[in-house]
Every structure is written in C-alpha cells, then in structure tokens.
Design a protein around this ligand. Structure first.
Ligand code: MBD
Ligand code: FE
Length: 284
C-alpha cells in the first residue's frame, strides 16, 4: 500500500500474525483428515481452479501475480483472516444446514477460549473510558421445546468502538470486551457492554491488497460474537448484528442472516440501549 500508515493501520498489521499464533495454539493436536477425503475434496478444489483458469483465459502474468500474493498471505500471517472472511461462511452453512434451533454464523479469527467468568449477569471487562453506547444484552437459553437450560455457558466477544479485538490488536488490556456467562436457574443471562461499531478488517496486508486490487471494500457490519453451549446439546457459534446498521447487505465476510439482527431500544433511564435474544439449542 502506498498510503501512509495511520496508527490504526499499523496496529492492524500485527493482527494477522496474532490470529495465526492463536490458531496454531488451538489446533496443536492437528485435525486428522481421512486420506480418501483428501483425495476427493482436494481433487475437486483443484479441478474447480482449473475450470476457472480455462473459462477466464488466465495469463502467465496473472498466474505469477497469484503466486506472489499467496506467498504474501503466509508472510503476513493472514491465512486465518483470509479463510475466515472468504471461505468459512460456506463451511458454517454446510455443517449446520440441518441443525434445529438458533442460527449460527462464522467464528472468525478472533475467538479466545476461557474469557473471565461473569456469572449470570455481569459487565464485560473494559477500560474506564471505554468509548461507545452502553448496551444491555440479555436472553434466555432453552432447548428446542422451550425448556430453560440452567448452567448453559454463553461466551461473548466483540471489537471496541474503533474495531480492535483484545489479544490481537496491541494496546488493549487482556480480555477487554470478552466474557463468559452462565445461565441462571431460569436459563437467563444478562451482559452489560458497549455497542460495537462497524468493523473494517485489517487491510494493510495481503488480504487488504486483494480487496483494494479488486475494488471491493473491507467492512463488516457491527457485530457481537457468541458461543452458547450446554452439556448434551450442540454448541452454537454465531454473531448478532444491529438493525439499520451499515454493511448489513455487503458484509465482506458474507456472515449475516436475517434471523441474527437485533433491534435495541433506548433504556428508560437514558443510559444506553437494551435488547434481548433467546437461544434454542439442538440436542447433540
Ligand atoms: C472479524 O471481526 C470477523 O468477525 C471476521 C469473521 C473476520 C475478520 C474479522
Ligand atoms: Fe468479528
């Protein structure tokens, strides 16, 4: 990129490498894939690529540009970012297509397990002067018949008001805007946090280079990330968005669904906004 790096861009540059480190940590044992599936799926993926090359008369200059770019994705540590932005949504759709209960969405590259435990109601860790509109976000966790699931675990994480995730962008306290809730006897939880803003994915690395070269934009609508789990039930990984928000119809990560849009209302005491969302979990 030729434009001068702002402080924000400079921070974004480290984000991809951190996402790679966290992913490697998480998948240390290494997922095992059946050799027959490797042959089938990798073979089909290569064939799809061959078909694109033939259909679009790809040139040697274009082939070399692809090679350089792929090398740079790795150098920038941006494989988790690139794959989660452009590929994960189809995996999520495919894996969960027959699951009952609340809709899922992609996990993305910025989940960290074991965020601070906050009980059934609590405030996400945040800075004294955390910018944004205060948001009360609560709900009930049930099975698909509406029976409350006390003890269900709700993990919530999101970016700050300028689009940074703690543990990935430098300069934020550890666990900022990340927390773990446990549903009470009635299956309810309540999180006090700040409403997130639209989010521009890190765009000063290889992923941003592709987006700029193609003339796309790098934005995601404002979103909350969640994982909801209870013993004997399938864990839901999802995201929630905000009605009327920018980029709902042009999410670079293609991860919005109509069922996942919140419509917060102003609180009676004028101290921010509030909204509820109830989750139904399917049996494992
Ligand atoms: C994000 O915050 C995100 O949620 C996804 C899916 C990709 C990049 C950044
Ligand atoms: Fe996100």
């Amino acid at each position: 990129m030729t434009d001068q790096l702002t402080e924000k861009d400079a921070k974004a540059a480290e984000t991809g490498a951190n996402a790679t480190r966290y992913f490697q940590e998480k998948s240390k044992s290494g997922a095992q894939v059946d050799p027959e599936r490797v042959s089938t799926v990798a073979g089909a993926a290569l064939k799809a690529l061959h078909d694109v090359i033939r259909e679009h008369d790809v040139t040697y200059d274009e082939y070399d540009a692809l090679k350089s770019w792929l090398i740079r994705v790795g150098e920038d540590g941006e494989w988790p970012l690139f794959l989660d932005v452009f590929v994960e949504h189809v995996v999520e759709e495919t894996v969960n297509k027959e699951r009952d209960g609340s809709k899922g969405s992609i996990e993305g590259p910025f989940y960290v397990p074991n965020a601070p435990q906050l009980g059934a109601e609590g405030t996400l860790p945040m800075r004294d002067e955390e910018p944004g509109t205060p948001l009360d976000f609560g709900g009930t966790i049930t099975d698909c018949d509406g029976k409350a699931l006390p003890g269900a675990v709700i993990e919530l994480w999101h970016a700050d008001d300028v689009g940074f995730y703690s543990q990935f962008a430098p300069g934020l306290p550890e666990w900022n805007l990340r927390g773990t809730f446990t549903a009470g006897d009635d299956g309810r939880f309540m999180a006090h946090t700040m409403q997130p803003a639209p989010y521009q994915i890190p765009h000063d690395g290889a992923t941003g280079q592709l987006i700029a070269a193609a003339g796309w934009h790098a934005w995601r609508p404002a979103h909350l990330h969640l994982k909801v789990a209870a013993p004997g039930y399938q864990t839901i990984t999802t995201q929630l968005y905000f009605e009327g928000g920018e980029y709902l119809d042009s999410d670079i990560a293609s991860a919005t669904k109509p069922e996942l849009i919140l419509a917060p209302t102003p609180k009676a005491d004028g101290s921010g906004v509030e909204v509820t969302y109830d989750f139904a979990l399917a049996q494992a």
